[in-house]
Structure formats: structure tokens, C-alpha cells
Design a protein around this ligand. Sequence first.
Ligand SMILES: Cc1cc2nc3c(=O)[nH]c(=O)nc-3n(C[C@H](O)[C@H](O)[C@H](O)COP(=O)(O)O)c2cc1C
Length: 174
Amino acid sequence: MANILIIYSTTDGHTRSICERLQNHVAAQHTVELVAMAEQPGIDLEPFDKIVIGASIRYGKHQPEVFDFIRRNQATLESKPSAFFSVNVVARKPEKNTPETNPYLQKFLRKIDWAPQNLAVFAGKIDYPRYDFMDRTMIRFIMWMTKGPTDPTLTIEFTDWNKVDEFARTVTEM
Ligand SMILES: Cc1cc2nc3c(=O)[nH]c(=O)nc-3n(C[C@H](O)[C@H](O)[C@H](O)COP(=O)(O)O)c2cc1C
């Protein structure tokens, strides 16, 4: 039984939902701690045997806290089995939903020095009623450009939960 940390960066909570699903699976065989990066940016990674980081995309980027966290913990991250996953809505497109084909994940890997052994990308959620006017307008525009749903009353979850469960098996065995 290993001690696994799942730490996430989220704005609207969907990455946390994905982490909770991972936790539910992985906890059958390991001890799992789920932590919000924003709440514990200085968490000590030493007590953990394996580390999973999940982060969402907003306006083309993962949050600065993700880069800071990785930079601060680089040596420890490199010394343990690890995984990283990205959540974004571009990944709803079949041709952009793997670590190799998702542009945000590829850009992220080019920007950091850490090389996680396991990678995943999951399609996120659009929750128009929740957004403020500016964000709703911007996301509708992006969706219109990329032939996605633009009805401002809709909440759409693009996440393939079977894929999340598959990744949970990878994390269990890593
Ligand atoms: C203001 C805003 C900007 C976003 N920008 C992008 C983007 O540039 N590319 C993309 O693929 N998804 C984008 N998304 C979609 C998010 O990645 C998606 O909603 C995800 O599920 C958010 O996860 P979170 O709730 O953990 O933050 C954006 C969402 C919002 C609300």
C-alpha cells in the first residue's frame, strides 16, 4: 500500500471532481490524500510515495500556481513515480484528446523541466449559467469558432469518465 498525493489546480471545481473520481478508485488499494494547490501551496511532498498533479486550462494556460509548484518541488517530483493530467475543452475533439495531440499539454511539457512518467488529458465542462458576462461571452465566441455549443443556458460535461477510470488504474499501478 502506497501513500499517494493527488493535488489539483482548479477554477470552477471540475478538476476537483475528476480528482475525487480518481481518489475513489485508487483508495481501494492505497492511501490517498486529495489537496487543493491553492490551499496548500507549500505542502511537503516527502511523506508521499507517488504524486499526481491535475490542472485545468483557462484562456489557453494552466494557472501560474502549477508552474510555481512544479518549480519549487522539481527535485522531489523527479525522485518519485508521478503523473500529470490537464483538463480543457479542446480535448472534447477526438483529434486533440491524447497527451500527444492535445496542444495545451504539449505546450505545458515544453515549458517545464519535470517529465511526469504518466500523462493524461480530459475534456472539461462548460457551465454557461455560472460564468460572468465577460467569461460567458468569450467562451461562447470560442465555442462558436470551434463548432461547439453556444446556448448560454447550457451546462455541458464533455468528460469521458471511462477514460478517467482507466487513468485511475494507471495511477494505482504506477
Ligand atoms: C473563463 C474560461 C476560459 C477557458 N479557456 C479555455 C481555453 O482557452 N481552452 C480550453 O480548451 N478550455 C478553456 N476553458 C474550459 C475549461 O478548461 C473547462 O471549463 C474546465 O472544465 C475547467 O476546469 P476547472 O473547473 O477545474 O477549472 C475555459 C473555461 C473558462 C470558464
